[in-house]
Write a protein that binds this ligand. Structure first.
Ligand code: ATP
Ligand code: MG
Length: 573
């Protein structure tokens, strides 16, 4: 059992059999073995966020692992808030975390649980440790404790308070609980070994005084257990069998084990560690995300540029694509940095299949069709999703005045430019061939309007003489267009590893968001559900933002169309 933390199988992304093959990784191997030899009868995992921020894409990896394993092995996964630090934790975060886990498509076993549910038991167990001579109250300051702790190369020194009697410790600990001492004046430490090669075993602090009301227990407590004293014990109380955490807790495992062994816990959980998800051009630590929000570098935790689950959702990224992404990462024990192009690829692959297509013009240029009757409108059939016949068709209004994309016109186009230019002909999607006859400019010399003619015999398809036209442009009838704001996003950071060579704030991308006003949408886009992505033909995937009003819809660009991941793969394979 002791060496069961060694990875036995690497977990390469199983692209070839996507969705068919059972996921295999070292943690699942351990679980299969534990179930086979009877060590475990029912797998219980937990997802244990600290409610001091919103969940990010890294947490999605942990959610997918913990809840995914529970589903696969017919076990259970608890949602447990690791709420041991009232100084930083808030109800807003608890609510957001629950919403995000549900959005990912998972349900926790029973009611949400909290480390704070166990404060009474944890307190009793701390007294047990004291009675058994395995914990003591220390009066050293935080700085002194750090100094006495030693370093990786230097053993620690015993605190002068280490040899207090059990009675004295019990009395002091009870008075800590009663609020007799100020924050930081005393702590309770486990009495393990100040010379241990593992610094976590050098008499770790297990209780500290924090005179702050707790979101759940209010003013009941002014002493709180540390993460180390709460986590494994909470696992044991809940009957968690496999406690999965990230690699930085590997060195805490001896302490985790020491505590469950030295306390009258009802069960014996085991901790296993896996590598965190890191993404280039992003920061995922909650401390940094908090700074971005608090200092106003972004509009909030759900800013669509944030790689929080709520930010991704607001941008229109579907939960299915996030699950696909984390499922491809595998679960290993070696840290790596993932290219965000892989996430983008998963989003495009999914949206290409399911997203409806619509026409929208984000840099409008007016077109007047001089041979089209004034005041007339006709309805043209347009296919909603060429990848999905069941999505059907809709009708799009066409008339004498249209908008096309400014980029789709060039006054002096090179040969390879197959879009519109003076004297050139293009096809309008779902409509007619169009020829540009005249270019109208304002006093500054900017092109502001095109005078064109259409060919009535080319409706919905090709020319009767079989003539081919290469360029196909999207368009919106100006008489029917909905005015909208469109927000375009780029990576929030310009450095691949923000914070590596300079402060991560300096690496912020000043162009991470551009706001386009007066964009033109086809009328079927009125009241499109917030957060539901669709494709603006030729432009990308977009989804309405919650800032939308009836008078002015606001769309976020979820993703461009060009798949850079496929290119990267082609180059490297
Ligand atoms: P951060 O480093 O962002 O502050 P954290 O680990 O303190 O994150 P918690 O709320 O304690 O955040 O995390 C809940 C669970 O999610 C933990 O089990 C943690 O190991 C896991 N987790 C956090 N970040 C990642 C990540 N980048 N990849 C995979 N799992 C993660
Ligand atoms: Mg944490």
């Amino acid at each position: 059992m002791s060496d069961s933390n060694t990875p036995t199988t690497s977990n390469a992304p199983n692209d070839s059999d996507a969705g068919k093959m059972e996921p295999r990784d070292f943690i699942r191997e351990i679980i299969r073995k534990d179930l086979a030899d009877g060590t475990t009868s029912k797998v219980v995992t937990r997802f244990p966020p600290e409610p001091n921020g919103y969940l990010h894409i890294g947490h999605a990896k942990s959610i997918f692992l913990n809840f995914g394993i529970a589903e696969e092995f017919d076990g259970a996964c608890n949602l447990r808030f690791d709420d041991t630090n009232p100084a930083k934790e808030e109800q807003e975060f608890i609510d957001a975390i629950e919403a995000d886990v549900r959005w990912m498509g998972f349900t926790w076993a029973g009611a949400p649980k909290h480390a704070s549910d166990y404060f009474d038991t944890l307190y009793t167990w701390a007294e047990n440790l004291i009675e058994n001579g395995k914990a003591y109250v220390d009066d050293l300051t935080a700085d002194e404790i750090r100094e006495y702790r030693g370093t990786l190369t230097k053993p620690g020194r015993n605190s002068p308070y280490r040899d207090r009697t059990a009675d004295e410790n019990l009395d002091l600990f009870r008075r800590m609980k009663a609020g007799e001492f100020a924050d930081g004046a005393k702590v309770l430490r486990a009495k393990i070994d100040m010379a241990s090669g593992n610094i976590n075993m050098r008499d770790p602090v297990i209780y500290r005084i924090v005179k702050k009301p707790h979101p759940r227990t209010g003013d009941t407590w002014c002493i709180y257990p540390t993460y180390d004293f709460a986590h494994g014990q909470s696992d044991a109380i809940e009957g968690v069998t496999h406690s999965l955490c990230t690699l930085e807790f590997e060195d805490h495992r001896p302490l985790y084990d020491w505590l469950v062994e030295n306390l009258p816990t009802p069960a014996r959980p085991r901790q296993y560690e896996f590598a965190k998800l890191n993404l280039s051009y992003a920061v995922l630590s909650k401390r940094r995300l908090t700074q971005l929000v608090k200092d106003g570098h972004v509009d909030g935790w759900d800013d669509p540029r944030m790689l929080t689950l709520s930010g991704l959702r607001r941008r229109g990224i579907p939960a299915v694509a996030v699950r696909d992404f984390v499922s491809r990462l595998g679960v290993t024990k070696s840290d790596s940095v993932v290219d965000p192009a892989l996430l983008d690829h998963c989003v495009r692959e999914y949206l290409n299949k399911v997203a409806e297509r619509r026409m929208a013009v984000i840099h409008p240029l007016k077109v007047v069709i001089e041979n089209y009757p004034e005041g007339e409108t006709e309805m043209l059939d347009a296919v909603n999703n060429p990848e999905d016949d069941a999505a059907g068709t809709r009708q799009v209004p066409f008339g004498r005045e249209l908008y096309i994309e400014h980029d789709d016109f060039m006054e002096d186009p090179p040969k390879k430019f197959f879009r519109l230019g003076p004297g050139r002909e293009v096809r309008l999607r779902w409509a007619y061939f169009l020829t540009c006859n005249e270019v109208i400019k304002n006093d500054a010399g900017d092109v502001i309007e095109l005078r064109c003619t259409y060919n009535p015999e080319t409706k919905g398809g090709d020319a009767p003489d079989g003539r081919k036209v290469k360029g196909v442009l999207h368009w919106v009838s100006s008489a029917h267009a909905i005015d909208a704001e469109v927000r375009l996003y780029e990576h929030l950071f310009v450095d691949p590893a923000p914070g590596k060579d300079r402060d991560f704030i300096e690496a912020l991308n000043p162009d991470s968001r551009s706001v386009l006003e007066n964009c033109k949408l086809e009328p079927s886009l009125a009241d499109w559900p917030v957060g539901e992505a669709l494709q603006f033909e030729r432009l990308g995937y977009f989804a309405p933002d919650p800032d939308s009003t009836a008078a002015k819809p606001v769309f976020n660009r979820t993703m461009t169309l060009r798949d850079t991941w496929a290119k990267i793969q082609a180059k490297t394979s």
